[in-house]
Design a protein around this ligand. Sequence first.
Ligand SMILES: [Zn+2]
Length: 162
Amino acid sequence: MNDFVHLHVHSEYSLLDGYASTRAIAQRAADIGMDSIALTDHGVMYGAVEFYESAKKAGIKPIIGVEAYMAAGAHNERSGDYFHLLLLAKNEVGYRNLVKLTTRAHLHGMYRKPRIDRALLAQHSEGLVVTSSCLAGEVNQQLTQQQKKKAREDCPVVQGCV
Ligand SMILES: [Zn+2]
């Protein structure tokens, strides 16, 4: 068994950023000896159910997630920047919170992308693991712009890294 687990994986539901079907992702992870794998499509959870079923069928643990779009300001303002933020469900409460967050993002946060914001995340954070995401994440954007002090304030995890 392989100890490594991919926690940031895009499927065909991440338009222009993913290619593989959720079934192929689950089967490939099982074939190379992984015991679990995450699905973290951009802003949506369209593949969550088929991914869950495919992973169970392949004998591995599915980790349901989403790479959310985090508005720099309020999610319902039709302006401003957004960042990527990776959210993973630890349990059923976390899964239900992911559903709530992605639904709110589509209903009230749609401006260029379906966005959430910090207040909404704080309201629905139980059962979630949050990571700094990719280079388009807020902390990483600040680090690439040499704003180390702001990165530290936003994410205590990076304190030892900068
Ligand atoms: Zn990203």
